[in-house]
Design a binder for this molecule. Sequence first.
Ligand SMILES: Cc1ncc(COP(=O)(O)O)c(C=O)c1O
Length: 369
Amino acid sequence: MVRRMDSTHIELGGRSLVQFASNDYLGLCFHPEVIQAAQEAMQAHGLGSGAAGLLGGYGPAHARAEAALARWKGTGSAVLFPSGYQANLAAVQTLASLGQLSNKNGVRFLVDKLVHASLIDAAKGTGMAMRIFPHNHLDKLKRLLAEAPAGQMQVVVTESIFSMDGDAADLRGLADLKQRHPFVLLLDEAHGSGAYGPGGSGYAAELGLQDIADVSVVTFSKALGCVGGAICGSELFCQGVINWGRPYIYSTSIPPAIAAAVEKGIEVIGRQPDLQARLRQRGRQLREALSGRWKIPGLEDCPIVPLILNDEQQALEAAGLLRDKGYFVSAVRPPTVPRGTSRLRMTVCAEHTETQVRNFVRQVNEVVR
Ligand SMILES: Cc1ncc(COP(=O)(O)O)c(C=O)c1O
């Protein structure tokens, strides 16, 4: 059992450890303004929301959070979910329903091999056609799009920043492809939101491609420091989500306190651009320091820094030895990552100091062979 002490420390077995394992990239989990917003909403509206959104569980805090998310992402609307997993499930279900209604040959999902399990589960669960293309392999994707049967909607499913590799989808390439072979793009911005883009609005926005995604998904469990997720899209699509997205229809809506924390978190990220700048500096520092000895994949300033050790046992042992030295990191193994690519998945936070990162690197260099 782990007790979080602040954004960079946990207590484990009676010891305080510096952690490089959390997705709380900007330290909003412990941000006083975010906590205060949640506390005030809880006092005003109670703890739980009491019902699903369609049955009375949707209040003013939910409406404000959705409006803030839509402004943030530059979309017509947004819909809240109790988790990012459910948001992905509902996004895919809605696309499947829409595609079936409007295309005689239904829908085919074209899914990057390394997307999050929720997207794979969701696409499989629709029973529609599905092809998995090799990670970021746009030539293969192009061939699949070119041979698509007439009257079938093609939905490309990918992440902006990949959760286990810290690399990015080739969004410029996808934008290009979209001009020649029209498709619907579902973009999971779980790890791009907060860390990239003006005001943290995401990696697509960072590249000036905010309009590339027809539907984008945000999780509140990463840079926003709480829990839940949202689908951001056109007003019409979001109406579709409310009608066809089973995780929306059949799940109790998120607590108003979480909705209020999300709204405040977006405001804080916009007002404090230094949080994103520090996060990316630390990501760059950690990646550069380790790159002397290892080949570290991913974007140069990404907060996710994978040290791929291949062997499961070696990854577990390295995490254990680092724990002995006072550091908490995750050993990630199959099936979360492909066989033979077990790794230490290290993440930085805006609240890490330069010294903490430097000392951590020294220990990694000592412990990992
Ligand atoms: C890329 C991606 N999408 C979706 C999710 C699911 O989000 P949540 O944890 O909010 O259910 C995760 C969580 O790890 C993720 O990494």
